[in-house]
Ligand binder design. Structure first.
Ligand code: ZN
Length: 579
């Protein structure tokens, strides 16, 4: 009997034997038992995960002499023919080599004829995404009105290349990569049946190398077993696979821990001599440190690491030498090196540089240690900050109060310097009469307010110094409909708002009436910082130095201190003299 490769010899013959795709096989079994099998399926997924195998099992299930059944017997003539690839009713077409419209036209002609023996004609088109657009169009017509005796099963590794018009007429199943655990279990069964002497470690290595493809794993086991006459060591397997042995990875990790760049470089050198791909080695090393980090953080690391129990013990041991932060730093450095290695022809050099960098790194603090240090620093900082803040606040408030006092003093100086006779200018009775008032033009009235403004301020100051201070920030802007607009710069919004109180308004109106004899209303407006005000205040508050000096020198009573009167204004209360 001729030799049959493992992949074919151990190909699943029933749905239950398909590994790692139970989400699909269960659905298909249910469809068969409920007689709800679709007329077209698309099986999408990576290569070697069981797409065509499942398609053949489905074909068998539909045509089994004891079926349709979710568990084809595999011994009837229909099942046997399908297993041997000899059934006339099952047509397997390779989409890659039969991609033209002629092949699909043949298929369409063929579809019309009833199955020769079984219940259904099953068309399995592999790599269906390779068909030409014309072929897809031709196929579409058949898919739109398929004869009842025809089933289509399309397999593809690139479902996104299949036109939506085709996809929308198929039931789609997405096949998954097969887990390392499942592959190892499957390889183990084969090894046992073949009488191979092989460690779990070898099987894990093969499974990892096959990237989720059962077929690839079986092919590799086949190849290795024939090369080693059934007695397979890890070294043999590593060599054949071009893999990096775990020993090297452990040693590279140790060299990083020991700050030993020389031994790291020697190892990289011998790996290069063996023809190992630097990017591949870095990937293995990243995975190695990933496993170490899992050992550090997981309660049950064995469920997260694909390795034998012995290997997990070694990981555990080595992981104790590194902190999580160190591992993350190493993985980060290796990952960024990987990008670089892939872009250059001198792949070995960046790898060596990275290893030198890692072996010569400074000590990487643990996060907990860092947090502790940060905490300490924060505390010592907050001590000084508190101090300086309160110091600054003291200085600030002092500055503010000093500034305030200066402002008040300046204001007092200015107001007091207004010639007394102006504010107490004797008023002609006739001037206060409405008739006389009416004779004045608007402009004349406004002019008079401007010229009397200092006196008005002065009078208000005598009653309520804060109101005068607030008012000083604004300036008379216009007089219309008997309403005097006093404008404030935006920066003096506070002053304006303080003046809105009926008290202040009343005070201002009374002062205006006393000074000019006009019965006006007053409104306050906000504007940009104006220049008029400066001129007015400058003009209005020009006074003699002597007067100022008198004011300055005269000792004030407590209730004359502007800051105190202001405080009284704002907070209320009375002055009690400290005796
Ligand atoms: Zn059968």
């Amino acid at each position: 009997m001729s030799y049959i490769v493992f992949a074919r010899k151990y190909r699943p013959q029933g749905f239950n034997e398909v590994v790692g795709q139970s989400h699909i096989t269960t659905t298909l079994k249910n469809a068969i038992t409920q007689n709800r099998v679709a007329h077209a399926y698309i099986f999408a997924g990576p290569r070697g995960v069981g797409k065509t195998t499942t398609a053949r099992i489905l074909a068998k299930a539909l045509n089994c002499e004891k079926g349709p059944t979710d568990n084809p017997c595999s011994i009837c003539s229909s099942c046997l023919e399908i297993t041997q690839g000899a059934s006339l009713d099952i047509l397997e077409i390779d989409g890659a080599s039969n991609r033209g419209i002629d092949e699909i036209r043949n298929l369409r002609e063929n579809v019309k004829f009833a199955p020769s023996k079984g219940r259904f004609k099953v068309y399995i088109i592999d790599e269906v995404h390779m068909l030409t657009q014309e072929a897809f169009n031709a196929l579409l017509k058949t898919l739109e009105e398929p004869p009842a005796h025809v089933k289509f099963i399309f397999a593809t590794t690139q479902a996104h290349k299949v036109p939506p018009t085709i996809l929308s007429r198929c039931q789609r199943f997405d096949f998954r990569r097969i887990s390392i655990k499942d592959i190892v279990a499957s390889l183990k069964a084969i090894a046992k049946s073949e009488g191979l002497k092989v460690d779990d470690e070898v099987l894990i290595l093969i499974a990892k190398h096959s990237d989720g493809s059962m077929r690839d794993a079986q092919v590799v086991l086949d190849q290795i077993s024939s090369n080693t006459f059934g007695n397979i060591s890890v070294e043999d397997a590593s060599k054949i696979l071009g893999a990096v042995s775990d020993d090297i990875l452990f040693n590279l990790a140790d060299s990083i821990k020991a700050h030993d760049p020389v031994s790291a470089l020697k190892m990289i050198g011998s790996l290069a001599d063996e023809g190992k791909d630097a990017a591949q080695v870095i990937l293995y090393l990243i995975e190695h440190f990933r496993n170490l980090s899992v050992m550090k953080v997981a309660n049950d690391p064995s469920s997260l690491i694909d390795a034998s129990c012995e290997k997990i013990k070694l990981y555990e041991e080595q992981s104790r030498k590194f902190s999580v932060e160190e591992i993350l730093y190493i993985v980060y450095t290796l990952s960024s090196t990987l990008d670089f290695v892939r872009k250059t022809n001198m792949a070995r050099v960046p790898f060596e540089v990275a290893m030198v960098k890692l072996t010569r790194r400074g000590s990487i603090l643990q996060l907990s240690e860092l947090l502790e240090r940060l905490d300490k620093t924060e505390k010592s900082l907050s001590r000084t900050t508190d101090g300086s803040v309160s110091l600054r606040a003291t200085e600030g408030s002092e500055a503010i109060s000093k500034n305030g006092l200066q402002q008040v003093a300046q204001f007092k100086k200015e107001v007091a310097s207004v010639p007394a006779q102006e504010s107490k200018r004797p008023r002609n009775d006739s001037e206060t009469l409405p008739t006389t008032e009416a004779k004045l033009t608007k402009n004349a009235q406004f002019d008079e307010i401007i010229s009397s403004w200092a006196a008005i301020l002065n009078q208000i100051k005598d009653r309520k110094i804060s109101a005068a201070m607030y008012l000083k920030e604004g300036y008379p802007e216009s007089l219309e409909s008997n309403t005097l607009s006093i404008s404030f710069p935006k920066s003096s919004q506070f002053h304006k708002e303080m003046l809105e109180s009926p008290d202040c308004k009343g005070l201002i109106l009374k002062a205006i009436k006393d000074s000019t004899g006009m019965n006006l209303k007053v409104k306050f407006t906000l504007s940009g910082p104006g220049g008029v005000q400066n001129n007015i205040t400058k003009d209005a508050f020009e006074g003699s130095l002597d007067d100022n000096s008198v004011i300055k020198d005269r000792p004030r009573k407590a209730d004359e201190e502007p800051i105190i009167t202001d405080a009284l204004e704002i907070f209320g209360g009375e002055i009690e003299l400290d005796k």
